[in-house]
Design a protein around this ligand. Sequence first.
Ligand SMILES: Cc1cc2nc3c(=O)[nH]c(=O)nc-3n(C[C@H](O)[C@H](O)[C@H](O)COP(=O)(O)OP(=O)(O)OC[C@H]3O[C@@H](n4cnc5c(N)ncnc54)[C@H](O)[C@@H]3O)c2cc1C
Length: 281
Amino acid sequence: MKMHTSFKIGGPADFFVKLKNIEQLKKVKIYASENSIPFTIIGNGSNLLVKDNGIRGIVAKLDFDLLEIDEDTGVVKASGDYPVSKLARKCAGKGLSKMEFLAGIPGTVGGAVRMNAGAFGGEIKDILVKTTYLDENLDVKEFSNEEQDLSYRHSIFCGLPKLIILEAEFQLEKDSEENVNTRIDEMMKTRIEKQPINYPSAGSTFKRLPDKATAALIDQCGLKGYRVGDAEVSTKHAGFIINTGNATAKDVLTLIEIVKTKVYERFNERIELEVVIMGDE
Ligand SMILES: Cc1cc2nc3c(=O)[nH]c(=O)nc-3n(C[C@H](O)[C@H](O)[C@H](O)COP(=O)(O)OP(=O)(O)OC[C@H]3O[C@@H](n4cnc5c(N)ncnc54)[C@H](O)[C@@H]3O)c2cc1C
């Protein structure tokens, strides 16, 4: 799985499949359920920490590559596997705004909806109209925005991991292509300045606290540059744990516990993981 995660960490999956369309997805789901094989869906693996013994059963990634942009109405439909950074740039190219914040996020539509991804004051919740998903009985269904319980890095899909996001529909607004691209370029510049994007990571390791920047608390604990094996609290942004070489999931998990404990001891704050942990020790 280290080949399929932005952290470049994780042991093997028993089976790894890329699915081209919904028929293939249904076939694999039926096979898995008839043979009692666990089934896990991933996107770009950019919010995942996969444990060192990998993931039992089938790990699947959608590869539908579907995109529809209606320039006149601003309605955009993209399949669950569509990379959100590419989506934001394509919409910018059509003079459609409100998706700029997604340009620097290395995930897919499915991962972004599931996590209610956000940045620079924008989040999926602001632009999502509805999500089409495959349920456990292999029926295709929809949730409206309001039905998805979208809040900070949370959606209804977090508690229902068997649902597979097939497609999302967004409502964007007209602007000039130049304005939209300029805003994206500014956001990208800020990311390059502030985030350790030249090292493998899963983005912010921890969730923001309601009233405080978690990274600032970690920094004040003197943890920038603290290492376990090749896992390190980034010296550039204390909210990121990075893989400086051959970090194992065990290294990262040990470092996570150290960070949590130090922040609790010093500030009496319990910080929670944003990163999703999968697999076996
Ligand atoms: C350098 C860097 C910067 C980042 N910056 C940001 C940021 O600014 N804001 C932010 O919110 N996040 C950020 N992230 C984290 C990450 O990119 C987002 O959480 C992203 O939305 C995850 O998408 P993914 O496709 O990679 O999902 P994965 O990491 O592959 O999966 C995440 C979860 O979604 C589930 N999932 C994936 N696809 C589907 C599907 N089709 N149906 C159902 N469930 C699915 C998986 O099972 C898993 O539980 C950053 C990460 C990195 C590495």
